[in-house]
Write a protein that binds this ligand. Structure first.
Ligand SMILES: NC(=O)C1=CN([C@@H]2O[C@H](COP(=O)(O)OP(=O)(O)OC[C@H]3O[C@@H](n4cnc5c(N)ncnc54)[C@H](OP(=O)(O)O)[C@@H]3O)[C@@H](O)[C@H]2O)C=CC1
Ligand SMILES: O=C1OC[C@@H](O)[C@H](O)[C@H]1O
Length: 352
């Protein structure tokens, strides 16, 4: 059946596989796709949006911002474009979901938050891991209190980008696009530190007390190839790392030690479907529990549901990944870059 021949209500109805993941309170639909080239926008709709003829293709981003049928904009451009695109979308009165890292630095983020407040619009970093069902299950285990307080967390995200055989203009290598491992991969080890340590009731959303960072840069372009960073909270500490030189497997890539046990998160760090909890009692037997979670699709739709709910409820920020989390993240990245001596080329940071 050709969906495009149906009246709009029936087309909407055909989107109902949404209910298969048991989401009935919100529905969202791609209304338009913007690209710097019309042909690319059309190709994206054909290849990645089911060739849905109701989706408008635009050869510029500005046309999407100006479209009255668009309520919210997802920005999936390289990091260095996030500030300009998100600001333009907010000024055009659109709610905004912007890829991780939300901006190149904390000053750009603070500026966007002010714009969102002034415009009365929803704004969120697309930290999709926070919205996965796995994290809901993780939080349930923590809330029982049986593990006690967190003490140490180790997390890494390593990806072999084959950097000797890709163009130096690739966004992972290009300093003009905010290249390097920290900004691209670093949000994932950090999101686990934020979820497990910063958000833990024992820390109660208290900002980190100390941050350290060390970077090894590739001679190819000077961006960070391997980075280690630590984040200390009042009573717990995260040891985090990224590299663009080697793959993450074999995992695990996240281990969290609590007073009375350990949680080990399976790979991939950005969308794990399994974790293991080991409860340890002094002088007693250990008890191990493996939690497995399944979902349909890649998993990005859970954050899209959150955007829809927040917009519906008139919220400017999410309770789960609010502005404070992104500010903690970008303050940490600024400090690690400062200690690691990674200065972006002039013009990359729009706000300083
Ligand atoms: N959540 C997740 O799972 C993932 C998130 N990301 C994040 O998404 C963002 C984009 O990453 P990725 O898709 O790999 O990046 P790409 O380099 O593939 O760029 C994505 C698109 O951005 C547009 N664009 C706008 N300005 C530029 C520019 N100056 N140079 C190149 N492209 C530009 C292009 O679209 P066009 O020409 O059509 O306008 C391009 O196709 C990053 O911030 C990254 O961290 C990346 C991978 C996975
Ligand atoms: O978000 C991401 O997840 C997967 C990585 O390979 C990618 O570089 C990164 O941007």
């Amino acid at each position: 059946m050709n969906k495009s021949n149906l009246p709009s209500f029936e087309r909407l109805f055909m989107l109902l596989p949404i209910t298969l993941r048991d989401v009935r309170d919100v529905v969202h639909k791609v209304a338009a796709v913007g690209s710097r080239s019309l042909e690319k926008a059309q190709k994206f709709i054909k290849d990645s949006a089911g060739d849905d003829l109701s989706i408008k293709a635009y050869g510029s981003y500005d046309e999407v911002y100006a479209d009255k049928d668009v309520d919210a904009i997802y920005i999936g451009t390289p990091h260095t474009d996030h500030y300009i695109s998100a600001r333009s979308a907010l000024l055009a009165k659109k709610h905004v979901l912007v890829e991780k890292p939300v901006t190149c630095n904390a000053a750009e983020l603070r500026s966007l938050i002010n714009t969102a407040k002034e415009q009365g619009l929803f704004f969120m970093e697309a930290m999709w891991t926070r919205f996965l069902p796995t994290v809901k299950e993780f939080k349930k285990i923590i809330e029982t209190g049986r593990l006690g307080d967190p003490v140490m967390l180790w997390a890494n995200f390593l990806v072999d980008f084959n950097i000797n055989n890709i163009p130096k203009t690739h966004r992972i290598l290009n300093p003009m696009l905010g290249g390097g491992g920290l900004l691209d991969l670093g949000p994932y080890p950090l999101v686990w530190a934020i979820m497990a340590l910063y958000e833990h009731p024992s820390n109660n959303l208290t900002r980190p007390s100390n941050i350290t960072g060390s970077m090894i840069k590739t001679p190819l372009t000077g961006v960070d190839a391997t980075t280690a960073y630590t984040v200390s909270f009042a009573a717990s500490q995260a040891i985090l790392s990224t590299s663009i030189l080697i793959p993450s497997n074999p995992g695990p890539t996240v281990i969290i030690r609590y007073q009375y046990g350990t949680i080990t998160i399976a790979t991939p760090i950005f969308a794990p479907k399994e974790f293991t909890v080991t409860y340890s009692v002094p002088n007693g037997p250990e008890e191990t529990q493996t939690v497995k979670v399944e979902w349909e699709g890649g998993g990005w739709h859970f954050q899209a549901d959150e955007v829809a709910r927040c917009v519906r409820d008139g919220k400017l920020q999410s309770t789960y990944w609010g502005w404070d989390r992104s500010i903690v993240e970008m303050d940490i990245f600024d400090e690690v870059r400062r200690q690691g001596g990674y200065v972006f080329p002039p013009g990359v940071e729009i706000v300083n």
